[in-house]
Ligand binder design. Structure first.
Ligand code: ADP
Length: 173
């Protein structure tokens, strides 16, 4: 069996997972928000490895080592930029979660932490993002029930944490 949970905190500090997911941009060469925090904590070797990947399409995912972070891997995925729901933003955000989970499974990763992808600079509404995130991961886990032990969301602020927690609670009702 697996556990799905949320915590409030800094994803670069979590010590109970093998992989953390980065809300990256198409270049994979670093940015602000959680991306900047992950690169700062991992150190310059992460950027050097990311340069070899030649970017990432929106909704896709790529994996690197985690260098100075307390986990073993970073899965970089590129969220959708919110444009009023006109540009397949929901579908692309769902792809981020699906492709990150698939890549983790293929690499034998059983414990993984996500941030709230797309809800910072990319301005995706938090309530809808949480529905897409938790729904996609829950379906993936139901389809692959023996592949994971822990999936957690590490949320930076109390409001975002409350929204994701309410979504996760619905699974266990
Ligand atoms: P995006 O460009 O995909 O919107 P952002 O990094 O701007 O990504 O924001 C995504 C979410 O990550 C926001 O809720 C933001 O507050 C949060 N965040 C920023 N830094 C961290 C961190 N160190 N750990 C976890 N979440 C973070």
């Amino acid at each position: 069996m697996y556990l799905i949970k949320t915590i409030k905190g800094d994803i670069t500090k979590v010590t109970d997972v093998q992989a953390i997911v980065n809300a990256a941009n198409n270049s994979l060469l670093g940015g602000g928000g959680v991306d900047g925090a992950i690169h700062r904590a991992a150190g310059p070797k992460l950027l050097a490895e990311c340069r070899t990947l030649h970017g990432c399409e929106t909704g896709e995912a790529k994996i690197t080592k985690a260098y100075n972070l307390p986990c073993s891997y970073v899965i970089h995925t590129v969220g959708s930029i919110w444009n009023g729901g006109r540009d397949k933003e929901e579908e692309l955000l769902a792809n981020c979660y699906f492709n990150s989970m698939k890549l983790a499974m293929e690499n034998g990763i059983r414990t993984i932490a996500f941030p709230s992808i797309s809800t910072g600079v990319y301005a995706f509404p938090v309530e809808l993002a949480a529905k897409v995130a938790v729904g996609t991961v829950n379906r993936f886990l139901q389809d692959n029930p023996d592949s994971f032990d822990l999936v957690e969301w590490v949320l930076f602020d109390a409001h975002t944490e409350a929204v994701y927690e309410a979504e996760v609670d619905k699974i266990y009702e």
